[in-house]
Every structure is written in structure tokens, then in C-alpha cells.
Design a protein around this ligand. Structure first.
Ligand code: URA
Length: 431
């Protein structure tokens, strides 16, 4: 088998075999195929695409390039969720304890944030003492004991994807649906879960800007997961404005706590309950979707979900006292952004809000950047609210970094006008 023949086959729009895709990934990971040939292959794929079967072979080959987590020591059905990334998306922090409080096994490896989107692991680190690294046996014991563990990625998960993603980034080949789908799924398939719900975000704050693209990506990821033997669901949810009100690491933990105490904003609660209901059914704990939703709402209201969150934090070494007054997780230096006209909030550009949080230090521009855990912003308005000139649109929690730039970004991200818009948050379910 020769790499030149594989490149030529893809260039000419032909379908690759499993052996050819395995050859490509194994030899690229070992360094036997140079970047210039892989770049040619990626560009050929950009134009000629891949069918579902090829994308599945690619996901499996990338999964098999590194470690997979073996969760077989945890009895029963293990679940996982993945979001394609948005602004203010703190769903995992709520969903995990909520599901575990109803008996679901939530063994989750999460990532750090990059660019305008945050990561669960950074958020959890804003709780003093919370350990994001556990030995595999401790991770499994914790799930067996309390039903939940949330840790950072350990081991060498899908190294082929890491190498390939870095190359795609510099060869203008990120934006190819089969490559995105196989990249995401290579890591999900390594996570050891039996049932996975994908939250595919769509809108200007998301990777996928149109519903059509998001549906294609969601369908392909569901197909890859299913061909690999997983129970799969994808939901398409709007990222036309940030999810909830608070953006930034400590701020998102704060909003997650409020939500776990039954005081969360409607959009955040709705997305969490929707994903949770699918996973409650997948875990065979409930058989009726509407009843599953009711049980999840009840667990948020009756304190069960919050009690499970405290158990999780305690088990992973976090300081429970710091959560009694979550404002302590936040900077005390506040700056307000005010409305300069009157009317309805017609748009909140989530991408620019995410960038503002990043400028304040809440997010990383490169993987090596340090972040500040106590900065970010609290948006007081959502699309459809009415504001008067001088009303506070957002409070920024700042240190010394990026304050003026963030103020302008937040102010300009919010469009005020004469039309009262309503948004559809949960746009589609793909099973
Ligand atoms: N996220 C990933 O993990 N991979 C992609 O290709 C795009 C987004």
C-alpha cells in the first residue's frame, strides 16, 4: 500500500477501504507519513468529502491510536454527553450530579477551554482544592460509590486526532464535516460510555453557523457512534445568545450551583433537562420521556441534585465551605456596561461575549496560556427583554486585564431595537 495511491484515490472522489484508512492513520501517527502528504490528503478530503462508513473507519482508527478507558468495572449502563462548544455552557456541571442523584452512572472525562468557549475542567478548578486528576482505579471506585466522577483527560487519548487537528488548523481543512465528526467521535468512543448524547450547538456563537450544517454534523456523529455499537442521540440547540447569564469559570460554577438549587435560568434548565431525559431513558431508569423530565425537575427543586454535587466536590477534595457563599469565587472588582438606547434586546452576539470573557482572562488564546478563574461577566438581559437607556446590561468581574476592550465588546455585542424576538432553543432531536 502506498500513501500516494491513497491521496490520488481520494483526489479522484473514490471511497477508501478500512485497510487504507488504518494504514494512513497508523503511519501518520508513527511519523512515517510526512505532514506534506497528509496535508494533500486533507485537502483532497476537503473537496471530495467522505461517506459515513469512511468517517467511521477514520474515527475508529484515531480512537485506536491511543488509550481507551475501560469502564467495565462499573456495573450497569454508563453515560456521557458532549457539547460541540458554546458560550456559558455549564450543562455538564449540573447534568452530572442531577443524573447521579437519580441513579445514573456518570463517569466523565472533560476538557479545558480554548478560544471563546470554556471547559468543564477549568470551571471545576475554580473550586478551591478540587482535584481534576484521579488515578483510574480511584475514578472507577468513586463512580461505584457515589455514581459520579468528573476528571480531566488522562492517558494518551486519540493522539492521531491531536496531530491531525493541529495540521488541519494550519492547512485550512478544519471545516470539513466528516473530519470534524470523526475527530469528536474518536475521543467519545475512547471514553468507555455505553450511551452518549451530543449537544450540537448552532448559531453565531457556535462552530456550526447554520442549522443545515449542524444537522449534517449531528447525523454523521450519531451514525459513527451507532456503527461503533453505542446508543446515540444528538440534539440541536441554539447558541444565538449565551446559555444562562454567567460566563467565566467561577461565575459558571456559581450559576450551576443556583441551578442545582432549583433557581437556574430557563434556557440552561431546559437544555440540561432535555439531555438528562434522553440519558435517563438510555440508562433504563425511566421509560417515558415526559416522566423523565418531571423527575429531573423534581431533583433540582427538592435538593437531591445539589446534595449530589456537594458529594462530588467533597469526594474530589474540593472545599465545601467555599460553596456556602459562591460570590467568594469571584473577583470583587466590578465594572458595569450600560444601555445607550431604549428598546428590546434583539441580539446578543455570543461569539463576541465569549471573546470579551477571554480578554478579561477567563479563556485561553493558546493552549499554553494561564487563565484567571474569578473573572468573566454576568449578562442581566436575554434576547426579548426590554431595557431603558442607562439600564445595566452586564456586570464585568475583572482584574487588570482587558477591561476597556471587554467593555466595548460587550456593549457592541448587544443589539437594542424595536422588535421583540423569541428564540427556539431546542431545534431538533436526531436519534
Ligand atoms: N472539535 C474537535 O474535537 N474536533 C474538530 O475537528 C472540531 C471541533
Amino acid at each position: 500500500m502506498h500513501i500516494i495511491d491513497i491521496i490520488a484515490k481520494k483526489r479522484d472522489g473514490m471511497v477508501l477501504t478500512k485497510n487504507e484508512i488504518d494504514f494512513l492513520i497508523q503511519n501518520y501517527t508513527k511519523g512515517f507519513i510526512p505532514d506534506y502528504q497528509m496535508s494533500a490528503f486533507l485537502m483532497a478530503t476537503y473537496f471530495q468529502k467522505m461517506n459515513d462508513q469512511e468517517a467511521t473507519y477514520l474515527a475508529l482508527a484515531m480512537r485506536d491510536s491511543g488509550d481507551s478507558i475501560d469502564l467495565s468495572a462499573i456495573p450497569g449502563i454508563k453515560v456521557d454527553k458532549h457539547s460541540t462548544g458554546g458560550v456559558g455552557d455549564k450543562v455538564t456541571l449540573i447534568l452530572g450530579p442531577l443524573l447521579a442523584s437519580l441513579g445514573v452512572k456518570f463517569a466523565k472525562m472533560s476538557g479545558r477551554g480554548l478560544g471563546h468557549t470554556g471547559g468543564t475542567i477549568d470551571k471545576l478548578e475554580s473550586i478551591p482544592g478540587y482535584k481534576v486528576e484521579l488515578k483510574v482505579e480511584d475514578f472507577i471506585n468513586q463512580v461505584n460509590t457515589i455514581g459520579i466522577a468528573i476528571v480531566g483527560q488522562s492517558g494518551d487519548v486519540a493522539p492521531a486526532d491531536k496531530k491531525l487537528y493541529a495540521l488541519r488548523d494550519v492547512t485550512a481543512t478544519v471545516d470539513v464535516i466528516p473530519l470534524i465528526a470523526s475527530s469528536i467521535m474518536s475521543k467519545k468512543l475512547a471514553s468507555g460510555a455505553d450511551a452518549i448524547v451530543l449537544d450540537v450547538k448552532v448559531g453565531h456563537g457556535a462552530f456550526m453557523k447554520t442549522e443545515e450544517e449542524a444537522i449534517k454534523l449531528a447525523e454523521l456523529m450519531v451514525s459513527i457512534g451507532r456503527l461503533a455499537g453505542k446508543k446515540m442521540t444528538a440534539i440541536l440547540t441554539g447558541m444565538d445568545e449565551p446559555l444562562g447569564h454567567k460566563i467565566g469559570n467561577g461565575l459558571e460554577v456559581y450559576e450551576a450551583i443556583l441551578t442545582l438549587q432549583g433557581k437556574g435560568p430557563k434556557d440552561l434548565v431546559d437544555v440540561t433537562i432535555e439531555i438528562g431525559a434522553h440519558l435517563l431513558l438510555d440508562s433504563k431508569i425511566e421509560s417515558d420521556f415526559e416522566k423523565a423530565k418531571i423527575r429531573l425537575h423534581e431533583a433540582l427543586k427538592n435538593g437531591k441534585a445539589y446534595a449530589k454535587f456537594l458529594e462530588l466536590v467533597k469526594a474530589q477534595g474540593g472545599d465545601l465551605d467555599s460553596l456556602k457563599n459562591p460570590e467568594n469565587l469571584l473577583s470583587k472588582k466590578l465594572v458595569e456596561v450600560k444601555a445607550t438606547s431604549e428598546g428590546y434586546i434583539m441580539d446578543i452576539n455570543a461569539l463576541d461575549i465569549g471573546k470579551a470573557a477571554m480578554r478579561l482572562g477567563a479563556g485561553r488564546e493558546t493552549k499554553e496560556d494561564d487563565i484567571l478563574l474569578d473573572v468573566g461577566l454576568d449578562l442581566h438581559q436575554k434576547i426579548g427583554s426590554y431595557v431603558k437607556k442607562g439600564d445595566v446590561l452586564a456586570t464585568l468581574y475583572v482584574q487588570d486585564k482587558g477591561v476597556e476592550e471587554a467593555k466595548v465588546l460587550v456593549h457592541d455585542a448587544i443589539t437594542i431595537g424595536s422588535i421583540k424576538k423569541t428564540l427556539t432553543l431546542i431545534k431538533k432531536t436526531i436519534k
